[in-house]
Design a protein. Structure first.
Length: 659
């Protein structure tokens, strides 16, 4: 019979774990739990790194870790520090013995790895350590002198847009720390800006993770209902081991649900790769570019069992994730076949303490058949970034707003499906890819695309991790049906010097000159045959753009070859209204909008993807079903509906709750 083990801060690890004789630590319960068992944790703060010892055997025989109903349970990677001495002004110091850290001292570990960007080769490195005053994290400064006189930063340079970008909380930048690591102790100086650290809650992070196995293949574990916080987890590029504050560590079938997760130094939830398939070799060796090591990791993973039977199929749902330095959710290879839904993700990489090219609210590589559905993603450096092998992935019914950029799909061949989303930030979508389908979305900001001819990337047998081939990114081969585009000021999104990725625009005018059918594309290829050899005739021909029944407002521009275009003059505005636990889409649409209708679109209505030679399908191989709007309203086959993500959109003013 399945057992339940109770844990309480009043318990003892010599107890039996019954309700009357609870255990003291979650790790002791993990030693006792077998498939089918449940670990129930009662109210309190648990300062430990939970390392499950076993996994479940199937979806029906899980090991479940959960907070007791109605009780607030915190598991944290930090320790409270009470012994501080005043130095000068608002600066205090403490000496922390290394016995507190064990074998891992975050204040000695630099933030480093592939695709991390340093201001200069000799620039001081940030470290994984952090100091928290009543839960608020500090900034590291490179010298003791700067602790006494910290700079107040209001903005930094966003290296993607080349525009100054805001620091989320400029006042927070004056709460700083500096550390020196000695033989037996680490000395920390911190500026508390007038607070007395002996009278307040002051913590430092000491553990790399909060809930993360030490071994691979501990499958079918559920983690539910906790507050998980303050982990010194490292920078996690796709070419390295990818530990997070919480994650399965290369396994299958985890459920992470109904948690509040915050203050990961880098990434909160990791469903990513492990170290044997490569670990920061581009940085450590310097002999090959990171691109090459990333390509190799795909084949290395296949050799150790990267397939649907052993890896992925995780469920991440109804979590609140915020205040993380790199990612809310991250994963390369290990994320396959997973579902990410109903999460609230915000304030990711807005502290801007360090910078690199692997940052986002959600950042996934090789998201094969991943579903990202009905999430609220805002105030992030980048909302969602799907990178390499975005095949079979579906981004559906999400609300993106107040991000630097909402969605970026990089070096992928599709098929990938984007439907019934609101993209309300100044930059709505960027594509370094091909083979996408965009159905019933609302694009408030800019779009742009570009080919990538110097990074051939893999594509797969549909619904499998088996590599079918690899190819350059020619760009386009995209489908746009029933979307609404809003015009605006391009310079609000990009400085003129930052448009190196292709000229951005509002609407599909960025696709001018593309063939509108596959037959027309083949005709253009044939025209090239007389002047070019077999291999040279393809790069000079633009891939098709399949576009119909889209609506353009407030100056947004259509492409030159699409069908069923509706261009409307008159006042048009869109606003995402954030009212805390509720979010509304507030629109003012011009007369004539109600006449722009489109039927229910399915996978069979979308043209086949050229390179992968694949259709738009569900995970089980059935044609994709695209019949639920952003608010959860199901559309009926045979009827037509307004363009855009909501069946309730109308001319004039509307206000619809979308979260």
């Amino acid at each position: 019979m399945p057992s339940a083990f109770h844990v309480a801060i009043t318990g003892s690890d010599s107890s039996d774990g019954s309700p009357d004789q609870p255990l003291r630590t979650i790790n002791r319960a993990a030693e006792l739990a077998f498939p089918g068992d449940t670990v129930i944790v009662h109210e309190g703060v648990y300062r430990e790194w939970v390392r499950p010892r076993r996994g479940g055997l199937s979806d029906r025989r899980r090991i479940t870790y959960q907070a007791a109903p109605g009780e607030h349970v915190v598991i944290t990677g930090s320790e409270q520090i009470t012994e501080w001495e005043p130095v000068d002004g608002t600066v205090w110091t403490t000496s922390v013995p290394h016995t507190l850290f064990g074998s891992f001292n975050p204040f000695a570990e630099p933030v480093d790895g592939d695709w991390l960007v340093h201001a200069a080769p000799d620039a001081p490195r940030k470290h994984l350590g952090d100091v928290y005053l009543n839960g608020r994290s500090f900034y590291e400064v490179p010298t003791r002198a700067e602790v006494s006189d910290p700079p107040r930063r209001t903005e930094v340079l966003d290296q993607w847009t080349e525009l100054p970008d805001r620091v989320r909380d400029p006042e927070q930048t004056r709460y700083v720390w500096y550390a020196e690591v000695g033989a037996d102790a680490t000395t920390i100086w911190a500026n508390f800006q007038g607070a007395d650290p002996r009278a307040e809650l002051v913590e430092i992070n000491v553990r790399r993770s909060v809930f993360y196995p030490a071994e691979h293949h501990l499958n079918y574990i559920t983690v539910r209902g906790f507050e998980l916080a303050q982990a010194a987890c490292p920078w996690v590029p796709p070419t390295a081991d990818q530990p997070g504050l919480i994650g399965p560590n290369w396994a299958k079938g985890w459920i992470i649900e109904d948690n509040v997760i915050h203050d990961a130094k880098c990434s909160a939830i990791s469903i990513g790769k492990e170290a044997s398939t490569g670990h920061n070799f581009a940085t450590a060796r310097g002999d090959k570019p990171g691109y090459q090591y990333q390509l190799e990791s795909v084949f290395s993973a296949r050799r150790i069992g990267w397939d649907a039977e052993h890896i992925g199929s995780h469920v991440i749902r109804r979590n609140t994730i915020y205040d993380c330095g790199q990612n809310g959710i991250v994963g390369h290879l290990g994320c396959v076949f997973s579902t990410i839904e109903d999460n609230h993700i915000y304030d990711i990489a807005l502290k801007r303490e360090f910078y690199g090219y692997e940052i986002g609210g959600i950042k996934l590589h090789a998201p094969l058949d991943v579903v990202i559905r009905h999430n609220r993603i805002h105030d992030c450096s980048l909302g969602t970034w799907l990178d390499w092998q975005a095949q079979g992935v579906r981004v559906s019914r999400n609300v993106f707003y107040n991000n630097n950029r909402d969605l970026f799909v990089e070096v992928s061949h599709g098929p990938y499906l984007i439907d019934h989303n609101v993209f309300a930030s100044p930059v709505s979508f960027e594509s370094f890819s091909q083979g996408g389908a965009f159905v019933n979305n609302l694009f408030v900001g800019t779009l742009q695309w570009r080919p990538v001819m110097d990074r051939p990337t893999p594509y797969h047998v549909p619904h499998s991790t088996q590599v079918a081939g690899y190819a350059q990114i020619y760009g386009a081969d995209d489908r746009y049906v029933g979307n609404v585009f809003l015009g605006g000021d391009v310079d609000r999104a990009y400085a003129p010097g930052a448009r190196f990725r292709g000229e951005p625009g509002h609407g599909l005018e960025i696709y001018q000159g593309h063939p509108a059918t596959f037959a027309e594309y083949l005709g253009r290829i044939e025209e090239q045959s007389n002047d070019h050899g077999e291999h040279e005739r393809f790069p000079g021909v633009k891939q098709p753009l399949y576009a119909r029944d889209n609506v353009y407002l407030a100056g947004a521009g259509a492409s030159d070859r699409e069908a069923g275009v509706t261009v409307l003059d008159g006042e048009a505005s869109v606003e995402v209204v954030d009212e805390g636990d509720e979010v509304y889409l507030q629109t003012r649409l011009p007369d004539g909008f109600d006449g722009a209708r489109v039927g229910v679109i399915g996978g069979l209505d979308l043209e086949r993807v050229r390179f992968v030679d694949a259709e738009f399908e569900e995970r089980d191989g059935r044609p994709a079903v695209i019949d639920v709007d952003l608010a959860g309203v199901r559309k009926e086959e045979g009827k037509d509906y307004p363009a855009g993500p909501l069946t309730a959109l109308r001319a004039g003013e509307t206000r619809v709750r979308v979260w």
